[in-house]
Write a new protein. Structure first.
Length: 396
């Protein structure tokens, strides 16, 4: 039987979203709740404020809130990921209702996300209609913007704060959603007179119909009010680009000013004559952020070609720190003829001739087990060939 053209279009659209796992994305550029698969409902009179890419939606903590389209929960029957950024203005000692998935309080299964303002903790609560109750609790970082990611993978429920897995629970059974369950923000069906609604900004909300991996979560990070650039090494006379992430701050201040092309831009170019640690500060709605980065300066004429440095261990766990095994001082290499990583049996797991490229701890798309591995580097420096071998440990 041939499908009508309109039906075929809808089928292709749904399958395209299911293949990517990205079912709904709300960037709030117009502070609305429109998506290709349905529109949500705004409660109260939410405002528009600066967001991490364009605009964000602002909830006033009184009657503002929103309900995502009815079709959202239907895509979350199995595994799912809920990912968004928030900037909280709540004060006091009460529980602030951020997000909830459910229909009727006490009559259906329910998932809630709250902010305990008095202790500055994020609390993820899971209620099963059969009587099971689980709570994940973690201190919220003192950042102007925080990324909240909730992942369900089979019976595992995980809470991430700013890309880092901070809490996990394995439930006895799946927590089913009621037929008419809604995904709401600042509009929980269990909101009581002792609770308050979330007050602040919500931005870049995405619902996936699958569990994102640690690596996928980190790769999507917007670095709100953070330096993207890590510590770096340059030759004397060269420059380093110091890149700042997404921000709503309007004023930036870099110190010291030595070697900088600007002291008031978010991202700058540094050309210091000596190794220098720079500090950049910014303020967004009264919230201050401070970041530091060091630019190491090396005199090319004083290089020791045999002093090639590689770490003794690394942790490819997707937390953004020490995730890649690479050559620490690759600046001494004029030409890389080969950088190889091998297991204890001599099988080559990674090979590159790009001195900036490193090993991510995987082979043929699968993560390698924690163990001892061997590296071998063939390179040229100041017109001479060199080789270095050694071993290191992969940790989780």
């Amino acid at each position: 039987m041939r499908l009508p053209l309109y039906t075929l279009y809808i089928w292709l659209l749904l399958n395209a979203f299911q293949l990517s796992g990205q079912e709904f994305k709300f960037s709030f550029e117009n502070c609305d709740l429109q998506s290709p698969l349905g529109n949500g409902i705004l409660n109260g009179n939410p405002g528009c404020e600066c967001g991490l890419i364009d605009q964000s939606i602002f909830l006033d903590g009184n009657d503002d809130g929103f309900i995502l389209p009815d079709t959202t929960v239907s895509f979350m029957k199995n595994d799912f990921t809920i990912d968004f950024y928030m900037s909280s203005d709540n004060t006091g000692n009460q529980l602030a209702d951020i997000m909830a998935i459910g229909n009727a309080c006490g009559l259906d299964s329910l998932i809630t996300l709250k902010h305990l303002v008095s202790t500055d903790e994020i609390i993820l609560e899971l209620y099963n209609i059969n009587g099971n109750y689980y709570a994940l609790k973690e201190k919220m970082p003192a950042d102007c913007w925080n990324r909240i990611t909730i992942v369900k993978s089979k019976l595992n429920y995980l809470l991430y704060l700013n890309n880092i897995e901070v809490a996990k629970v394995i439930t006895a059974q799946n927590i089913p959603f009621a037929k008419n369950a809604k995904l709401t923000f600042a509009n929980s069906p269990c909101l009581t007179t002792t609770d308050e609604r979330f007050k602040g900004r919500i931005d870049e909300l995405t619902i996936y119909s699958r569990a994102l991996s640690d690596r996928e979560i980190f790769q999507n990070y917007l670095y709100p009010d953070k330096l993207i650039s890590n510590d770096t090494t340059i030759y004397l006379g060269n420059s380093a680009n110091l890149i700042y992430g997404n921000s709503c701050a309007s004023n930036f201040s870099w110190q010291p000013s030595m070697g900088l092309n600007s002291v008031s831009d978010a991202s700058v170019v540094a050309t210091p004559d000596v190794t220098t640690t720079y500090m950049v500060s910014s303020v967004d709605k009264g919230c201050a952020s401070v970041n530091k980065v060091t630019v190491y300066v090396v005199d090319e004429d004083s290089l020791e070609c045999t002093n090639l440095l590689l770490p003794g261990a690394f942790t490819p766990n997707g937390d953004g720190v020490n995730d890649v095994y690479n050559i620490s001082n690759n600046f001494i290499i004029d030409e890389l003829n080969g950088f190889e990583v091998m297991d204890r049996w001599g099988s080559v797991l990674f090979r590159s001739v790009d001195k900036l490229e490193g090993w991510d701890g995987s082979y043929l798309g699968n993560a390698c087990e924690p163990a001892m591995y061997v590296y071998r580097v063939n390179y040229s420096c100041k017109g001479q060939s060199h080789q270095k071998m050694g071993n290191f440990v992969l940790l989780k």
